[in-house]
Design a protein. Sequence first.
Length: 283
Amino acid sequence: METSQQTKQLFDYEYWNAQLPVISSEYQNASPYPHIVLEDFVNPTVLNECRREFDKLNEEDGWINYVHYNERKAGLNKLDLLPASIKRTINELNSPAFLEFLSKLTGIDNLKKDDMLEGGGIHQSKRGGYLNIHADFTVHPHHRNWQRRVNVLVYLNKDWQEDWGGNLELWDKEMKACERKVLPVFNRCVIFNTDADSYHGHPEPTTCPEDENRRSIALYYYTEEANPFRRATYYQARPGEENKRFMVKLDNFMVATYTKIKGMLGSNDKYVSKFLRFLSRKK
């Protein structure tokens, strides 16, 4: 028999569909590129359970440690290794009803979910974690005609303090200025287009206490295209970071090399840390 929590609606379609005339216009006309920040996005009771499940996860089982010059974080994208509430949330945000909502919000038809959760799933950054400004990889490495189009990030960080950092930064297409900063607080959702020049990241290392983590659920959506534009994740130094430009460029080469190998061999991201650390030793 299902409990009341299991049957309680996770995403309030009636409420959010009623908001579409306003929020779809806001999204599609946003600067520096189409995006929106939405509060109280999913059922907070379920998201609280996701937080509790996160605390109990064994950091050794299935986690991918993305540790190289341009980022320091961990991710888990194996659906069968995820606890019940986290899995339920991901499945809902990959459901046909949510894809329909997302298409109406973004104006992008025929969005496809990614059951492999390539690069997504759940993310965690400990104290000192960061992700330099970048534009995301543009084609799914295991579906050569899938163009990446939209990111959905749902934050799980209760009582996150502003002075801990970890802001998501959205930069203009010329990488001259940050146009928006988003604090990763509990049940805040950021949705944005992932075009070749949708530059974003959280480049300032977090200063949270050792027992706190910057956590999120990250889901990516695609459309099927005959000739998609193909490029690996592309990092950029910010203005004033001239001393970092060489290392950022070198790391871009390493990430692009790994991405090409992964696509050719069908390898899994569990090898990404070892690969990048190996190449880093060759600098």
